[in-house]
Ligand binder design. Structure first.
Ligand SMILES: [Zn+2]
Length: 476
């Protein structure tokens, strides 16, 4: 009975900090994977004797900002430790990390799981150095560009009970880190890596069983598949009367299965000790206060739902990244109309972006919020029809600047002269006796045809609402 078991999961996420330089030297922090191998290296990050570390201000600052974004306590004193082990991608023979005194503790991250807002507890976040990269190509090569690059490791409590919760949390974490510009958190570029600790227990039990640490999870979809597969593997073991072994397993997404990796050493094996070449990181109240974060994507999303009354999907889409959200808020400030602002972005602008080769994201959107606000204003004042407003936005998207100039150039300004419109309507009625008789006999569908004829006769400039009213009164 699978339904009588529940998943218990905690996450360890490594995120590459978006600083210009590496953590302790002035080498470039190579955020793209395309750079030539071993060009961003120096004596320090190659582990040569005598080269000393100097902590990057930007790394500390972004670490604090990321921590505050997630409502954590920033520790005024954090300490760097050496974690010693041998591996070819680690030229110094040790990693610099923060084991005993991390920079941040006790965070929480809220995320929508479906339509339900849930909060997940974060145990700690610390700063640490990355290792280089092994390239297996017949023989094994090493690229040290990444060695000693700055990482944040974010460790959660075992609060996750389903894959949907894990994925919702990770997406929110990614959004939040991008929002405060602490990381691009792009999984394809190895800027966000996640290990999942998984155990199962009978529903209703409160103790924790042996957990398996799943590694090599390279995409959100791989994480989902790995969780499902591991859940069923552990149930099968327990149902066969065995005990799940505590171990580390690597996920092979192509084969859809995991295999054991080296067993996890305990802390003693790494011979942790305080890094002798670095003083503790001391942060003043003023330093922390200057990096305060008051605005988060999740808070914007809740505001769009509660204050603006937007639909759940629209609120999600409009808070998905900083550019989209800022644009929407600017448009609302100009129009005072959240629903219409939402609709022009999510239907008109987004479909233009989808069809475009060059302007696919909000950052590349050529339509200024001011111009779009003017279009919405003209629609509200009946100066253009809503159909024609889309033509105007299309032109703005191709680089035209002025909505009014487009409207005049294309002759789109709406005709609201009721006398002139009434003349047109009378002619249409006179020219279509059969349809008029049909309508009067109860065929209401013909009404739309008559409005269409009026619009055509007005060269699409007549106000359709006005034609509606005129026809209704003349035909009743
Ligand atoms: Zn270096």
């Amino acid at each position: 009975m699978q339904s009588s078991y529940e998943l218990v999961m905690g996450l360890e996420t490594h995120v590459r900090v978006k600083s210009e330089t590496k953590m302790f030297c002035s080498c470039k922090n190579a955020l793209e994977l395309s750079d030539e191998a071993n060009v961003h290296v120096c004596d320090f990050c190659m582990g040569f004797p005598g080269a000393l570390p100097v902590l990057s201000d930007a790394v500390a600052s972004l670490g604090v900002r990321a921590g505050l974004a997630m409502k954590c306590t920033i520790n005024q004193k954090s300490v760097f430790d050496r974690k010693s082990y041998f591996y070819p991608d680690l030229p110094a023979g040790f990693q610099i990390t923060q084991l005993y005194h991390p920079i941040a503790t006790h965070w929480e991250v809220s995320a929508f799981v479906g339509t339900k807002l849930q909060t997940f507890r974060i145990a700690r976040m610390h700063l640490e150095t990355d290792a280089g990269k092994l390239i297996h190509a017949g023989k094994t090569l090493v690229d040290y560009n990444r060695a000693s690059s700055p990482l944040m490791e974010i460790v959660t409590e075992p609060d996750f009970r389903s894959r949907d919760e894990v994925l919702a949390y990770l997406e929110e974490l990614q959004k939040l880190l991008r929002f405060v510009d602490a990381s691009d958190a792009d999984m394809e570029k190895w800027q966000l890596r996640c290990d999942v600790n998984i155990s199962i227990r009978k529903t209703g039990e409160t103790h924790f069983n042996n957990r398996v640490e799943l590694k090599n999870l390279n995409s959100f979809s791989a994480i989902g598949r790995a969780i499902d597969t591991e859940f069923h593997r552990q149930i099968a073991i327990v149902q066969a009367g065995w005990v799940v072994e505590q171990e580390t397993r690597g996920w092979d997404d192509d084969r859809g299965m995991s295999a054991p990796q080296r067993s996890k050493e305990d802390a003693m094996d790494y011979r942790y000790f305080p890094e002798p070449d670095l003083t503790p990181l001391i942060l003043s109240d003023e330093y922390i206060a200057a990096r305060a974060v008051t605005d988060r994507p999740i808070e914007r999303r809740v505001r769009y739902l509660d204050e603006y009354g937007l639909l759940s999907d629209d609120a999600r889409i409009l808070s998905r990244d900083r550019e989209t959200s800022d644009y929407f808020e600017r448009l609302v400030a100009l129009t005072g109309d959240p629903k219409k602002s939402c609709s022009y972005i999510t239907t008109v602008l987004f479909s233009l972006m989808e069809a475009s080769q060059t302007h696919r994201s909000m950052a590349e959107n050529p339509v200024s919020a001011e111009a779009l606000a003017r279009v919405i204003d003209l629609v509200n004042r009946d100066e253009i029809s809503s159909t024609n407003s889309k033509v105007v936005v299309e032109r703005l998207f191709t680089g035209w600047w002025e909505p009014d100039a487009i409207i005049d150039e294309l002759g789109l300004r709406q005709n609201n002269d009721t006398e002139m419109l009434a003349d047109i309507a009378m002619k249409i009625i006179a020219n279509h006796p059969e349809q008029v008789a049909d309508y009067k006999n109860g065929n209401e569908k013909v009404f739309g045809f008559l409005v269409g004829q009026c619009m055509k006769a007005s060269k699409w400039q007549g106000n359709p609402k006005a034609f509606n009213e005129i026809l209704l009164s003349k035909l009743s």
